[in-house]
Design a protein around this ligand. Structure first.
Ligand code: SF4
Length: 1022
C-alpha cells in the first residue's frame, strides 16, 4: 500500500519495500558474517529430537508421552517464542519461571525440553545458522550505529505491525534512536479499546518512544462512511449507523452457491470494465473454500491468483512423499501404489501399466500391493519391486543412509524437481514448487542432524516430520488477476471492491487449539503469549472495512453437509451497529455457460434462445451448431412419430452398414435383443458401441451363466460317455455324483481363469459349491465373514433336484448345435420359412434335450438354463421371446429319426439361479390347448414373426423400445437420458409405429389383436 501510494506521486526507485526480517538479516551480515537463518524445518527437527530425549530420559510431565508431530509443532513454535523473547538458554528460562505461578511440573518439563533443544542446537547446528532472536538481538545491541549499515536511508517507514514481540520491540527502540522514523498504525477508535484493543501494545510503544502523532482522515467518502462504522464497532451503546449502499450482505444456501454468487458478481464487474487489480476476494476459511474457488472461478473464466495457506500433503508433491512413506511400511497397501502412479508428477511407468494396476486393484478388491504385481507386465513389476526394495531401507538403514536413499529416489527415479517445474503454470505450479522446496528443506534438516542418535527408525522420523507441514505460497505480483486471499494477507492492502466470503463462526475468528500445557504457561507468562485471536480478528475485520470502497459479505445458510452454520460474531456486531440484514434467495443470474444452458432449458423456444446466444457471442459458433443439433434431435425424440433421430435408416444404408451376410444367421438372443429395443440393438450391434467395462469384483452375469452352462453340460455329457445313452441318474450313488459334479465344476473354474479374488468372490464360489461334498476340497473359504456360505449351493441343489425329478424324460443331448458356422459343429444351415416362402437363417445351441420313450408317445423336452430369472411364457406367445420356439423348431434337425414328428413336444426354462433358486416352470406347450395348436404356432406364427423382424432390420427400423421401460431394462441402459419411455407417451409411440408396415410390433404390445385368434391361426399373418 505504501509502495503503491509512493509510486503514484514519487520516484519509485527512491523507495525500497522490505520486510523487517530481511533488513535485520542484511545488517546482521554486515555486522558479523554471512549467515543462514534457522529454517522452520530444522527448528522443528530440533524440537522433535529434544522431545524424544525428554520423554525417554526424564520423569517429568512429558515422560512416556510419544512425541507426536502435533506436540513437536507446539513445542517448536513455543521455542521460537522464547527466542523472540530473548530467552536464549535453558537457564534463562529457569530464571524466567522462577517464582511464577506456573505449575512446577510444567515448568520443569519445558525447561528439560528446552535444555535438550539448546544442547542439540549447540552440538549439531552449524555455527553460521542463526535464529531470528539472535539476529534481532545482535542488531539491536550492536555497538555500531545502524545508520552506518545503510547510509542511504533518509527515513524508515514501519508499516504492518500492530503487535510486537520483545526482540522486535527492542529493535524498534534502537531504530528510533538512530534514524528518522514514521510508523503507520491503522486505528479506528481510540487505539486502546473496541476493535483497536489488539493494537494497544503498538500504540503504547510508539507513544513511549515519543512519536509525534499525526491523524490522517479518510481521503474519500467511502473511507468516511466505513470509518463511521468501524468507529462504532465493539462499543457499548453505539449510535446506529445507517448501512451504506456500498456495504452488502448476501446469504446463499450453501458455501458452493456463495462462491458461484461471487463469481457472477466478479463477471459483472469485469464486464463493466473494472480492473481485476481493484478487486479482491477475502476468504477467512481458505482451506474449506479453496476447492470451490478453483473449480468455480475456472468455470466462470475469472482470472485469479490464490494466496492462501495449505498443507504439504494436499499438494501433488506432498502426496508423492506421503505415498512413498506408506509404501515403505511392511506389507504396503495397494491404494498407496495406485495413488502414487496416478499422481500427475509421477511418470515412472507408462499409462497402460498405470491403468492395468488401477483396474487390477479395483477388481481384486485387494489391500496388498504384492497381489497386484501379477497384473502388470514384467518390466513394470520389476520396477515396482525394485522401488519397494529400495524403500525398505527406510526401515532398516540409519538416518543418514535413509535420507540419501530417499533423496536419490526423489531426484533420480522420480525427477521430482523437474516434474514440478513442468507442471501446469501460474499459481498451481508455484504451489508445487514451494512444496518441493519444503520437501528439500525437511530432508536437509535430517542431513544437518544426521549425527543425532534416535531410537526411532528413519521411516518413523520421516513420517512424523512430513505430518502436517503447512505451506504458504509467497504472494505474487497479481497484475491482471483478481487476488483470492486470507484475512491476514488483506491487512494493509486496499481495494475498490472486496468480497468477504464465508463469515461464519467456524472460520472467523479461529482460535487455534493449544495444548492445555501451554495455556497455563501463557496465563502465568503473558510474554510468551501469541496474542488473542478474537481481538486480532476484530481489528483485521475493521481494517479491511476501512480499506475498501465497497464490501460484499457472503454467508452460507448451511454447511457442506447441510449442517446449520453460525454467523461470525463479527457479523453480529456489524448488524448491531448498522442493522444490516442479509439479502437472501437464489441467485439465478447467468454468469457461466452452465448458467446459460440452465436458462435456455427453461425457455419455450430453445432453438431461438440458442441462436440468440450464438449471435451475441455468448457461445461459440461450434457450440451453437452443436447445441442446435442437439435440440433438434431432442425435439424429434420427444415426439411420438418416427424420424431420422429415432433410429430409422434407409434400407440402402442398412445394406451398407449391416448387410445380410453380417446379420445372418441370427441367434435367438440377438433376435430377442432387437425386439427388446431396436435403438440399443443398433448402437450395440450395428454401430458397435461397446459399453465401458465395469470394474467387477465377481464374475459378471454373463460369465456366471457361461460357467454354469459348461458345468451342467459336462456333468451329463461325461456320464453319458460311460452309459452311451440317455442318462439315468438313479443308477448312480448320490455321493459319487456329487464328487463328479464338484470335480467338473472345479475343473471348469480353473479353465475359466477368472481374475477375481477377495471376499465377494469367495461368496460367489460358496453360493455355487456349498454342500457339494465334504467341504475339504471346496474351492472357497467356508464361513469367511462377512459372507457366510449357504448350506446348499447351486450345484448341490441342482443335483438333488435332478435326483428327485420323476417323469419319463431322460437327459439325452447337451449343448446341441444347429445352423451353420458354429465353431465346434459342422451342421448345415438351418432356416425357418415364412408362409410367403422367404426364409430366415438361424443358429445356436440347445442347452438340453430330454427324451422319454417309456410311454405310448415318446416325449421330447427342451430346456434352456437360466442363471437369472426365467422369463414368463407369455413373453414367448407375445412375440418378444424366441428361444424356446426356435429351439423346438431346430430340434427337428437335431434329434434322430421321427422323434420330432411323433413325439409330444415340450420346451421350458430351467432356472438355476445362485445360490439355490431352482425352478422349472410349465413349458410353452402349456399355453396351447393342443399339440396341433402348438405346432401351428411353431410352423406358422413364429416364422412369420421372425420374418417380420428380419424385414424390420433390413428396412432400418431401429427405433426405441415398444415394450415398457421395465421390459426393456431402460434403467440400466446408457442411452436412457435420450429416451422418453414414460407410459402415456409409450402408447402413442406404439400406435405410430404400428402404422408403419415395415416395423415389427410384438403381439404383446398390440391392443387390437386377439391373442386367442392369433394362436388358433385365424390371424397369423397379421
Ligand atoms: S433407454 Fe430403453 S428405449 Fe432407450 S435405448 Fe435404452 S433400452 Fe432403448
Amino acid at each position: 500500500m505504501v509502495e503503491d501510494g509512493w509510486a503514484a506521486s514519487h520516484e519509485p526507485l527512491r523507495l525500497r519495500a522490505e520486510t523487517l526480517d530481511a533488513v535485520v538479516r542484511d545488517w546482521y551480515e554486515d555486522l558479523q558474517s554471512p549467515v543462514q537463518p534457522l529454517s522452520g524445518q530444522l527448528n522443528r527437527r530440533l524440537a522433535e529430537y529434544a522431545l524424544d530425549r525428554t520423554t525417554a530420559e526424564t520423569d517429568g510431565a512429558l515422560a512416556g508421552e510419544p512425541a507426536s508431530a502435533a506436540l513437536a509443532d507446539s513445542f517448536s513454535s513455543r521455542f521460537s517464542l522464547f527466542d523472540d523473547a530473548g530467552v536464549g538458554t535453558a537457564d534463562a528460562l529457569v530464571a524466567e519461571f522462577e517464582g511464577s505461578d506456573l505449575d512446577d511440573r510444567i515448568a520443569k518439563a519445558t525447561v528439560d525440553a528446552y535444555r535438550y533443544y539448546r544442547d542439540l542446537h549447540g552440538d549439531y547446528v552449524d555455527e553460521w545458522v542463526c535464529t531470528r532472536g539472535e539476529m534481532f538481538d545482535a542488531v539491536a545491541t550492536a555497538e555500531q550505529s545502524l545508520s552506518e549499515f545503510s547510509p542511504e536511508l533518509d527515513v524508515v517507514i514501519l508499516s504492518g505491525y500492530h503487535e510486537f514481540r520483545p526482540v522486535e520491540r527492542r529493535l524498534i527502540e534502537r531504530l528510533v534512536d538512530e534514524l528518522p522514523m514514521i510508523a503507520l498504525l491503522p486505528l479506528h477508535q481510540d487505539g486502546r479499546s473496541g476493535v483497536d484493543a489488539v493494537a494497544e501494545d503498538a500504540l503504547e510503544i510508539y507513544e513511549a518512544l515519543d512519536f509525534e502523532t499525526v491523524e490522517l482522515e479518510p481521503v474519500d467518502e467511502s473511507g468516511r462512511v466505513f470509518g463511521t462504522i468501524t468507529e462504532s464497532l465493539y462499543r457499548p451503546d453505539p449510535d446506529t449507523v445507517p448501512t451504506p449502499d456500498t456495504l452488502r450482505w448476501r446469504e446463499l444456501p450453501t458455501p458452493e452457491r456463495e462462491i458461484r454468487f461471487v463469481a457472477r458478481e466478479l463477471r459483472t464487474e469485469l464486464a463493466n470494465g473494472r480492473d481485476p487489480d481493484d478487486l479482491a476476494v477475502v476468504v477467512p476459511g481458505t482451506e474449506a473454500y479453496s476447492g470451490y474457488v478453483e473449480d468455480t472461478f475456472d468455470t466462470f473464466d475469472i482470472p485469479h491468483v490464490t494466496t492462501a495457506a495449505s498443507q504439504l500433503n494436499r499438494t501433488f508433491t506432498g502426496s508423492v512423499v506421503h505415498d512413498l512413506l506408506n509404501l515403505a511400511e511392511p506389507d504396503p497397501r495397494a491404494e498407496d501404489l495406485t495413488s502414487l502412479l496416478a499422481n500427475p508428477l509421477v511418470n515412472v511407468v507408462d499409462t497402460d501399466q498405470v491403468n492395468a494396476v488401477t483396474a487390477a486393484a479395483r477388481r481384486r478388491d485387494t489391500v496388498s500391493v504384492s497381489l497386484l504385481l501379477d497384473d502388470v507386465d514384467d518390466q513394470a513389476a520389476a520396477l515396482i519391486e525394485e522401488l519397494l526394495a529400495t524403500l525398505e531401507t527406510l526401515r532398516t538403514e540409519d538416518i543418514e543412509d535413509a535420507t540419501e536413499t530417499f533423496r536419490r529416489l526423489l531426484n533420480d527415479r522420480f525427477d521430482l524437481e523437474a516434474a514440478t517445474e513442468d507442471y501446469a503454470s501460474g499459481a498451481e505450479q508455484a504451489v508445487e514448487q514451494r512444496a518441493y522446496d519444503l520437501v528439500d528443506e525437511v530432508l536437509s534438516s535430517f542431513e544437518s542432524l544426521a549425527a543425532v542418535n534416535s531410537d526411532l527408525s528413519p521411516l518413523a522420523l520421516f513420517t512424523r516430520a512430513f505430518d502436517g507441514v503447512p505451506i504458504r505460497v509467497p504472494q505474487r505480483a497479481a497484475g491482471g488477476h483478481i487476488e483470492v486471499m486470507g484475512l491476514l494477507d488483506a491487512r494493509m492492502r486496499s481495494f475498490e471492491k472486496v468480497f468477504l466470503v464465508g463469515l461464519t463462526s467456524e472460520h472467523f475468528p479461529v482460535t487455534p487449539e493449544r495444548p492445555a500445557f501451554f495455556e497455563e504457561m501463557t496465563d502465568a507468562h503473558p510474554r510468551f503469549d501469541t496474542g488473542d485471536e478474537r481481538l486480532r480478528g476484530r481489528y483485521l475485520f475493521a481494517t479491511l472495512l476501512a480499506n475498501v470502497d465497497e464490501l460484499t459479505i457472503t454467508t452460507p445458510e448451511t454447511g457442506d453437509d447441510e449442517s446449520a452454520v453460525v454467523r461470525s460474531p463479527a457479523l453480529d456486531e456489524l448488524q448491531r451497529v448498522t442493522g444490516i440484514e442479509p439479502e437472501d434467495g437464489v441467485d439465478d443470474r447467468v454468469g457461466s455457460r452452465e448458467d446459460l444452458q440452465r436458462h435456455v432449458a427453461a425457455t419455450a423456444d430453445r432453438r431461438a434462445a440458442v441462436s440468440r446466444a450464438g449471435d451475441r457471442g455468448d457461445i461459440s459458433p461450434e457450440q451453437t451448431k452443436r447445441t442446435d443439433r442437439g435440440l433438434h434431435c431432442a425435439d424429434n425424440r420427444g415426439t411420438a412419430g418416427l424420424s431420422e433421430h429415432d433410429g430409422v435408416l434407409e434400407p440402402e444404408t442398412v445394406d451398407e452398414v449391416y448387410p445380410p451376410s453380417e446379420r445372418e444367421p441370427y441367434s435367438a438372443s440377438r433376435i430377442e435383443r432387437y425386439v427388446e429395443c431396436g435403438f440399443k440393438f443398433y448402437a450395440d450391434e450395428v454401430l458397435g458401441i461397446d459399453d465401458p467395462d465395469d470394474v467387477e469384483v465377481v464374475p459378471t452375469p454373463l460369465e456366471t451363466g457361461s460357467y454354469v452352462h459348461d458345468v451342467l453340460e459336462r456333468f451329463f455329457a461325461d456320464l453319458q460317455d460311460e452309459t452311451e445313452d440317455a442318462v439315468d441318474l438313479t443308477n448312480f450313488d448320490r455321493d459319487d455324483l456329487a464328487t463328479h459334479l464338484r470335480e467338473i465344476a472345479v475343473d471348469e473354474l480353473r479353465d475359466a481363469d477368472f481374475e477375481y479374488d477377495g471376499l465377494f468372490y469367495e461368496r460367489w464360489k460358496a453360493e455355487l459349491f456349498a454342500g457339494l461334498g465334504d467341504g475339504v476340497s471346496a474351492p472357497y473359504e467356508a464361513g469367511s465373514k462377512p459372507h457366510d456360505a449357504p448350506e446348499q449351493g447351486l450345484f448341490a441343489t441342482f443335483l438333488d433336484n435332478e435326483l428327485s425329478r420323476d417323469g419319463a424324460g431322460r437327459p439325452h443331448l447337451f449343448e446341441a448345435p444347429f445352423g451353420e458356422g458354429l465353431p465346434d459343429s459342422d451342421a448345415g444351415p438351418f432356416t425357418v420359412e415364412r408362409p410367403d416362402g422367404s426364409t430366415v437363417s438361424i443358429r445356436g445351441y440347445i442347452d438340453r434335450i430330454d427324451v422319454g420313450r417309456d410311454g405310448e408317445q415318446p416325449t421330447l423336452t427342451l430346456y434352456d438354463y437360466k442363471t437369472g430369472r426365467a422369463p414368463y411364457m407369455t413373453k414367448t406367445t407375445g412375440g418378444t421371446k424366441f428361444q424356446l420356439p426356435i429351439y423346438l423348431l431346430a430340434a427337428a434337425e437335431v434329434v434322430d429319426g421321427d422323434l420330432f414328428e411323433q413325439g409330444s413336444l415340450s420346451a421350458t426354462y430351467y432356472q438355476v439361479r445362485p445360490p439355490n433358486d431352482l425352478k422349472v416352470p410349465r413349458g410353452v406347450e402349456s399355453k396351447f390347448d393342443s399339440e396341433v395348436e402348438l405346432r401351428r404356432f411353431l410352423n406358422d406364427v413364429v416364422p412369420e414373426w421372425l420374418g417380420q423382424i428380419d424385414e424390420a432390420i433390413g428396412n432400418g427400423r431401429f427405433h426405441t423400445t415398444l415394450l415398457s421401460a421395465r421390459g426393456a431394462n431402460c434403467r440400466y441402459c446408457d442411452y436412457s437420458r435420450a429416451c422418453d419411455v414414460r407410459h402415456h407417451r409409450k402408447r402413442e409411440f406404439v400406435d405410430e409405429v404400428h402404422q408403419d408396415d415395415a416395423a415389427y410390433v410384438p403381439l404383446r404390445v398390440r391392443d387390437d389383436e386377439d391373442i386367442e385368434a392369433v394362436m388358433s391361426g385365424r390371424s397369423a399373418n397379421d
